[in-house]
Design a protein around this ligand. Structure first.
Ligand SMILES: [Zn+2]
Length: 213
């Protein structure tokens, strides 16, 4: 069995976005519905915008693996998982289709109402497992689904990179252990074309604007 029951004290508050990272939709569907694969997902959205509901969100799907976000660990316990069809960085990473964005926007709209999920809790696999995961990646534009993840109030004039990484939402242990990977994950969120861990003035400025405006 590749799903489990949610524990009563672990309520759904996140939506985690992924890409399939497989050559075809058929292969991805097969894997995500195969009880022997040890992975599963609630929703899969094809390039032509069809939403496949593979598992009822009241059950826990196995999509995030080892993961931490803010003060939570094992994000599967707290989340709905959505896979977007895309070959991914290994097999030919492409832009997401407009139909995918339209369907995702609708799906998130209804999930937010049903589960009282906040915009700031629409998160990426690369955020919650920055040392292992790249998805949905730098070609995913969150403004296309009209989600505003960050609206932090500015409390002082200058913030260190570590402070900004905490405000972004990374778990403290990840910032300590995988700071470079956290920087890379932020660059994907910022839709940078060149992804590396260097910290330029432009990056600091872009990161700041992402968090506070
Ligand atoms: Zn993923």
């Amino acid at each position: 069995m590749n799903y489990s029951f949610r524990k009563k004290n672990k309520i759904v508050k996140y939506i985690v976005l992924h890409y399939t990272g497989m050559k075809t939709l058929g292969l991805a569907y097969q894997k995500l519905s195969d009880i022997k694969s040890n992975v599963s997902i609630h929703y899969l959205i094809s390039r032509n915008g069809i939403i496949y509901n593979l598992l009822c969100p009241k059950y826990k799907a196995w999509h995030a693996g080892h993961s931490k976000w803010k003060r939570n660990v094992n994000i599967n316990d707290f989340s709905i998982g959505v896979e977007l069809e895309n070959k991914g960085h290994d097999f030919g990473y492409s832009n997401y289709s407009n139909k995918q964005y339209t369907s995702l926007k609708k799906l998130i709209y209804f999930s937010k109402i049903n589960f009282h999920i906040l915009d700031e809790n629409i998160i990426f696999h690369s955020d919650i497992a920055p040392n292992r995961k790249l998805d949905p990646g730098e070609k995913f534009f969150i403004n296309k689904i009209e989600i505003n993840r960050f609206s932090n109030k500015r409390k002082k004039n200058k913030y260190s990179i570590e402070e900004m990484l905490i405000l972004y939402g990374f778990h403290k242990s990840y910032i300590k252990k995988y700071k470079k990977f956290c920087i890379i994950a932020v660059k994907r969120s910022l839709n940078y074309k060149i992804i590396n861990s260097s910290i330029s003035k432009k990056f600091i400025n872009d990161f700041y604007n992402l968090l506070f405006y």
